[in-house]
Design a protein around this ligand. Structure first.
Ligand SMILES: [Fe+2]
Length: 192
């Protein structure tokens, strides 16, 4: 059975490198497992929680990216060209978002997920393998997923705020706006 890599940051080791930098009165950054622990005013526990949130968000985004790409390939019907192009624009936006989320994990000292197993185990969004939805159902499925992501992001932004992580709070708020715009484009397709 495959083992799952912990999403949490390592707690800081004792400041073993403090005397090694040769600068009197200046302490070298604390190391943990070869990584420098960010000294950015967040506790190890807060950074660990934030990394869990971000890696779960990355996993959901990967599922939504894959679903959008699947629909780009397989959409049919009278609106083929419009939806084929809309789905392409949206999976490109999700690709950019994934990169930013993973890099945010690194900025707060965590390790970003990078395997399908990790994405699958942490994602809350479901997939519908074997199903072949029509164009309207594709738009509906994507809209449902974006709205679920938005609801989750609202909670996550609040948690980041409670953990005093203003950077991640702002980052997640930005993601809410991006998903709200993509959801609007999809919703408009379903309206009269
Ligand atoms: Fe394509």
């Amino acid at each position: 059975m495959a083992t799952r890599r912990s999403t949490k940051t390592q707690p800081a080791d004792a400041a073993t490198d403090g005397a090694a930098n040769g600068k009197k009165g200046k302490q070298a950054p604390t190391r943990s497992g070869g990584l420098l622990v960010p000294n950015i005013g967040l506790t190890d526990q807060a950074r660990g929680q934030v990394c869990d949130i971000l890696n779960a968000c990355l996993s959901n985004t990967f599922v939504l990216y894959t679903k959008t790409r699947n629909y780009h390939w397989n959409v049919t019907g009278i609106e083929f060209i419009q939806l084929h192009q809309l789905f392409e624009e949206q999976y490109e936006q999700l690709d950019v978002a994934m990169d930013a989320i993973a890099e945010r994990v690194r900025q707060v000292g965590g390790i970003a997920f990078g395997t399908l197993q990790e994405f699958k185990s942490a994602a809350k969004l479901g997939e519908q393998p074997g199903e072949r939805p029509n164009a309207v159902q594709m738009v509906r499925n994507l809209l449902d997923d974006h709205e679920a992501v938005i609801r989750q992001l609202r909670q996550d932004a609040e948690t980041a705020d409670e953990l005093k992580d203003v950077g991640t709070n702002d980052f997640l708020t930005g993601l809410v706006q991006e998903h709200e715009k993509m959801a609007w484009f999809l919703r408009a397709h379903l309206e009269d």
